[in-house]
Structure formats: C-alpha cells, structure tokens
Design a protein. Sequence first.
Lengths: 117, 116
Amino acid sequence: KAGVTQTPRYLIKTRGQQVTLSCSPISGHRSVSWYQQTPGQGLQFLFEYFSETQRNKGNFPGRFSGRQFSNSRSEMNVSTLELGDSALYLCASSVGKGPTTGEPEAFFGQGTRLTVV
Amino acid sequence: AQSVTQLDSQVPVFEEAPVELRCNYSSSVSVYLFWYVQYPNQGLQLLLKYLSGSTLVKGINGFEAEFNKSQTSFHLRKPSVHISDTAEYFCAVISMIYNQGGKLIFGQGTELSVKP
C-alpha cells in the first residue's frame, strides 16, 4: 500500500508570491490534515479536510487555505508569501471515521520544505 | 482544548543504555495518545498509540509506552537504545470527539542523541 505522497519535496519562492502544495493520501483514507513545522513554533495544525469539507482549522491567517478533491487528494495554498512562512509543511492522512470506529491514527508524508527568500 | 508537554528538550544517552522520554498532557475531554519519530529531513513515523485497554503499549523498534490517566502522562521507554534511534520524538494527542478528529496536538519534541 502506497504511503502519503507530498509534492514537491522542496520549493524556493520569493516574498509576495503564492505557492500550492499537493498531498495524496493513503488509498481509502478520507481525512487529510496539514501541519507547519518550524524550529521556533514546532508542529502546528493548519487545517483538516474530510470528504471535501474543512472540518477543523488552526490559528493561521487567511493567506493559508486548502481544499480537498473527490479522490481525497488535497492541496494547500499560501498567498502573499512572507519570510516567516519558511517551514516544513507536512500532510497527514487518516481513515477519518468517527472515534467509536477506531483507527484515529494519522500517517505522514515526507513533507514539503518551503523556503521564502 | 488540549496541550502536550514534553519535559526534556534533549536527552543524550550512551548506546545500549535504557532511555525514557517523558510526556504529560492536559485535556478537558478524553484523548487518544501517540508517539511519533522524525529522522532528519523526513516526515513523522508512528511509533505507537494508546487508544484503550492495556495501559502498556508496545510499538515498533522495541519502544513501549505507559499511559497513566491519574498523572496524565504517556512516557516512552526503550530498554536498550541503538545509534540508529538518534532522532526527534514527538508526543501527540487527538480528541475523541468526532468533529475534532484529525487535529493532532503535538509536544515540542525531544531530541534523542545516542552516543557510542
């Protein structure tokens, strides 16, 4: 079974530009979550999509957005990039069923390393 | 709301010695608990999980963890570490409430450094 695939692995962008990151979840998983990892702030939750609907959202500005397609693949977009957006962006997928049905664990991709210059 | 505190930011240890990485959590609702490991320039790999049942859970690579509800702790242990265990370890919780499922709350991480 293929794991979570994130593309691209590395990106260099200029301040003010926008960027789109892609995540393909494990086959059969319907929940996709995004996290930002930085040395100063650690791992912070961005948002979660389940069956094409945003179910949870973290405390990030509106420049960060996402979407999920009918095949569960997800994209996140960051507009008007700032230097502080430089980070490792991680995508995680899970089965996404309710807690009474078990399998709440999330599986992570390798991440996309975004550098803003 | 939930929060996770990893009590040690760095843990140096010699090869073949035992190790314990400490994790405490706070939550107003019931949670599931996880430990993840991250090697340099990699994503996170699930080490083990506590969902219910026995409070001692075993994971991959010889790691185990014990859930203590009264102390709200979930410490990770390994009886004998290897050089290859050098990595960063993250404790995480997720709410059992359905519409919060998918939002992992992480600790700040513990860097385990195994020396020969």
